[in-house]
Ligand binder design. Sequence first.
Ligand SMILES: Cc1cc2nc3c(=O)[nH]c(=O)nc-3n(C[C@H](O)[C@H](O)[C@H](O)COP(=O)(O)OP(=O)(O)OC[C@H]3O[C@@H](n4cnc5c(N)ncnc54)[C@H](O)[C@@H]3O)c2cc1C
Length: 1003
Amino acid sequence: MDPGQLQTSILTRGREFFAALGNETPSIFKKNYWTGKVMDWSMSHEDFKVQLFRFIDVLPYLSTEEMLNEHIQEYFARDENVPAVLRFGAKSAGIGGRLGMKVVGKTIRKNLENMALQFIIGNTIPETIKNLGKLRNKNFAFTLDILGEATVSEKEADLYAKNYMHLLEGLQQAQSNWAVLGRANSTLDWGHSPKVNISIKPSALYSQINPADFKGSVGHILDRLKPVYRKIVELNGFMCIDTEMRKYKEITFELYRRLRSDSEFKGYPHLGLAMQVYLKNSDRDIDLMLEWARLQHLPISIRLVKGAYWDYEIVVARQSGWSIPVYTNKAETDAAFERSAEKILRNHDICHLACASHNVRSVCSVMELARSLEVPDDRYEFQVLYGMAEPFRNALMKMTGRVRLYCPQGELLPGMAYLIRRLLENTSNESFLRQTFVEGRELEELLKAPDASISEAAGKTTEEYAGRSGSQSEFGSFNNHPFADFSIPEVRDAFNDAITETKKKLGRTYPLFIGGKEITTNTTVDSVNPARPDEIIGRVCQAGKEEITDAVSAAQEAFQTWRDTPPRKRAAYLLDAAEIARKRIYELVAWQVLEAGKQWKQAYNDVAEAIDFLEYYAREMVYLASPRYLGHAPGEINEYFYQPKGVAVVIAPWNFPLAISCGMCAAAIVTGNCVLYKPSNQTPVIGHTLLQILQEADLPPGVFNFTPGSGAVIGDFLIDHPQVSLIAFTGSMEVGLRIIQRAGHTPENQPSVKKVIAEMGGKNAIIIDDDADLDEAIPNVIDSAFAYQGQKCSACSRVIVLDTIYDRFIERLIGAVSSVKIGPAEDPANFMGPVIDRSAQKSILQYIELAGQEGTILYCSDVPDEGYYVPITIVNGITPEDRLAQEEIFGPVLAVMRAKDFDQALEWANCTRFALTGAVFSRSPEHLQRCRKEFRVGNLYFNRGCTGANVERQPFGGFKMSGIGSKAGGPDYLLQFMDPHTVTENTMRRGFVPLRSEDKWIE
Ligand SMILES: Cc1cc2nc3c(=O)[nH]c(=O)nc-3n(C[C@H](O)[C@H](O)[C@H](O)COP(=O)(O)OP(=O)(O)OC[C@H]3O[C@@H](n4cnc5c(N)ncnc54)[C@H](O)[C@@H]3O)c2cc1C
């Protein structure tokens, strides 16, 4: 095939295509209709577009007239009237006041629902079948997809699968009445293609789909997918597995392979898979899939798409610290589409191609490639989305005769989410349809070969996406350590391998480390695996008063040099430590899984946060190290700078055993203090890993001393020690207050007043507003309340739900929570594991008993017999006076509170002694604005969970009984570890004053 000739024939075919399109405009862009007007306005007013899409998102939840009108005002009106473009069609244009607004509201709702319905073939099965019949009468084939993606519970996943079964029953009956398309002498459309064709989204078939649990996810989805496919086989239909977000891609591909090669279905060829070419790995993916099909002798059908989650993939990658997985130059995606289409067409003996695009250039290149490669007609077809571009589909039909429409069917609520995707696609600057039908671009430009566009645009987009936020310093900008990407098999393998290897190291004895020397003591404490208390993780030597005295002396001695070590050099130690932790990350994670009972993701995030603290505080120190010059009066120089305090005691908790320990120690060390570190007695082996990292970073002796010990033996002694200048503590309110009290006592021999930094507890609330998106709210509440067994000070322990949405929320919450698995953290299928120890277990069980007395227990899960497990417990009927609403439980117990309105919800959210974290799920701009000021907590989150703060992005910490001190991982944190100094020099000598540019001399 001569490339020049191919291009010429694509151009010729393209011109023919445009001629066939004529002057018709897709209904979505027709400006004499409401939809067209609104689309037009959206494309020229970005702010309006954002508000409109958000309004469409919330619309199905606006169950009353008041809610509807309030939201219209909040989204669009502010001080003016609702924009004319939205009001268009409301007969009340001239009527003012409440009545006018009522009519406007109704009209807007109706118009938007109609807009969504334009993309949906039918709400019910009979309506769907009737409309499919009409499409087939116009010679269009179909593929049906049931709307709805977010299944939060197994009940919902069952329902989704059941809906497919019902739909297939209906189609089975209907298909006998449908004449075949194309050829009359076959029972198949066009002589080869089943009449019934469905598309299915795998993520909707398993509520707990999780890339970390690859095997379990595939297995559970298959359990629901197989009966659907069996039914397809029975009625001689076709099934295509849709591909969704990249994180599920490997699961989806595996589903295809497993189903296609299953002995029950091997002989049945009508199974397809959507593949997205906007993914940079798509060439490799397609090669592998073709190779597999050939090797297995199992012909495949690929629906080639560009991909529908482009913006999502970029945002997720950016937030997770991953490289962007999709092309960022549109021409690269277009080129990949043509490249992949050619590859598939060349393999047409083993692979059928469904070309799914509304782009004339992309489609014509497939037509011409197929022609030049002499691919038979029955080896490829064309697919477009229902309701998307009618003139396009008609022209395509005229030119190819084989067009299948992708028809979503089902309820309006999920239909709105689908509508937003379609609107996003249509209004994007890069959209072919927009460029053709709205911007009226030149034909030559629209038909240009994508490779040509790539070279023109080269460099532009890479530059655009290269910049990363972060505080700049001589060490480069700060970036959070990337999250673990469990969709990568090597990452999953690394977890498994590290856990296996670490198990071989269990039971060792760990000495103290004082003044650069290991010290063994007679007293040791056994640290155990909370999932298997008989399994000893390690034996850790315990410091007594004598060892603490030695450690304080060692720290004091080291301080004399360390305090004057250049801050840059101190920072470099932290960066070395970060590098060591990065290299050992999987091993460090494994210790957390085994000793703290943290799930894979939770454990990884803990280590990642520790690395972040090292990296962030190193840069912050370098920034703070430069003295500031204050004032503008000539004749004097005022320098403002910081110096360390002295010996710091760090008392760390077990719930973030590396991150919090490392954060407090790193801050103390980099600011020039010397540290006595007392890890928690529940996680001392993880504490020892911090020592190993700092040892490997070669900190001078005495700067960091590892002094685990019993609180009862050394706790007060450490705090009371007169040579200790600073205590950094994270833990319970009771212990925190005791430390603050004791540290306030200053005996005569003590050289300085002690500084205490204490991060204490929380009783955090999430408010669920009446317009909250429950698809988002439910998983986030579950994650905030029960991830790591609810043992985070930031965890959600109260969910305050508005009356109007209460019943729906509870039903879905219980459904979702009863779908999660509980068991040892080693198995990634388990969402929740054991609590930290027997005493925690006992205390939480007592609270569960109290829950039954103060409220009604709505849900109490089963738990494994061995290990320190407590059930996930949800209790309702709790009011602010109850202990369940006031006391920190530190376990998986969630109190649900039913508030009559938003005022009450906010009042209740603020009604405890704590003020750590909080969250609000609301789509009311006014309510969110109000919460900014009135929801009084240290870390407030909107429309996301209340845990998972990232260093630098969400500096963490609260006030009231939640703590004293500045936020960890934020710009003020290090200041607490130092004393500020001002030095003023009189620079005038006998009337002579050296001039500085910043001095205010004579106006
Ligand atoms: C029948 C059918 C089934 C489908 N099934 C699926 C499916 O299972 N999974 C799925 O993800 N999608 C699916 N899609 C959606 C499809 O991915 C989008 O509709 C399609 O990407 C739009 O492409 P286009 O060729 O029609 O339009 P074009 O306007 O030519 O392309 C738009 C596409 O280009 C890409 N893009 C946009 N901006 C950029 C940029 N700056 N840099 C790089 N690339 C960019 C995006 O993928 C965007 O969607 C399906 C589409 C059809 C027609």
